[in-house]
Design a protein around this ligand. Structure first.
Ligand SMILES: [Zn+2]
Length: 229
């Protein structure tokens, strides 16, 4: 990828130079450290232990997720949380089924380091593990206080929820927070051409079909997010 700028490498998950590691597997953009700390401290006052489940993810990591789903090594679920029989799907249908929950490598906002998946550690019932599924964050779920709290306070600290509801592309992700002071810059700099260049240079499964429907995928899954004012 010698012909890509530092910004392009950040946008497509091919560098970690912008990442500050908080633990062995959780890293966030170094320019978001203070913004996130403030959000976390405010949440603490409301009795919510705001915790990052997933931060930065590299192109290679996202590619592994993609390849495993495409090849049937990891289950692909539908919105009702049922496993799909991929043998019955065309390549096109398989691509759409994966993209409901998993981003294309090179197109995940987690590459940027300013997008994180969060939960409330202290609200997770004893003995239960985190599923990162909408029911946990909905009215009868244990993280509902977090959902309400984020709706009221996140914006004041620069955070928004790009996948607040289903818009026909990516499924609703009430846990996915984006730090606007950084992400709006990355969002503006990102392009379909950059994604195409990244995928052409990779060995991604379904590449030929992906390239032929890329404009549609770009509109439906990548730029189809909540608007911010
Ligand atoms: Zn996420």
């Amino acid at each position: 990828m010698g012909n890509m700028s530092e910004l392009e490498l950040i946008l497509t998950g091919q560098t970690e130079q912008h990442i500050q590691w908080l633990s062995s597997n959780i890293g966030i953009h170094h320019e978001m450290l203070s913004g996130f700390s403030k959000l976390q401290a405010e949440a603490e006052l409301a009795g919510i232990e705001l915790t990052i489940a997933s931060g930065f993810r590299s192109f290679e990591r996202q590619l592994a997720i993609w390849q495993n789903k495409f090849l049937g090594k990891t289950a692909i679920k539908n919105v009702s949380n049922q496993t799909i029989d991929i043998e019955q799907l065309s390549v096109d249908e398989k691509i759409h089924a994966i993209m409901l929950f998993s981003a294309l490598p090179g197109a995940s906002r987690h590459h940027w380091g300013c997008d994180i998946d969060v939960y409330a550690k202290n609200l997770l019932p004893q003995g239960q593990s985190l599923a990162l599924e909408p029911w946990e964050y909905q009215a009868s779920g244990h993280f509902y206080p977090l959902t309400l709290w984020l709706a009221e306070h996140a914006q004041r600290f620069g955070f928004f929820l790009p996948y607040d509801k289903f818009r026909g592309g990516v499924a609703q992700e009430p846990w996915h927070l984006s730090y606007l002071p950084l992400s709006q810059h990355y969002q503006q700099a990102y392009s379909q051409e950059l994604l195409a260049k990244t995928l052409v240079n990779s060995d991604i499964q379904g590449k030929r079909q992906l390239m032929s429907i890329l404009p549609e995928l770009y509109q439906r899954y990548i730029v189809n997010i909540a608007t911010t004012e």
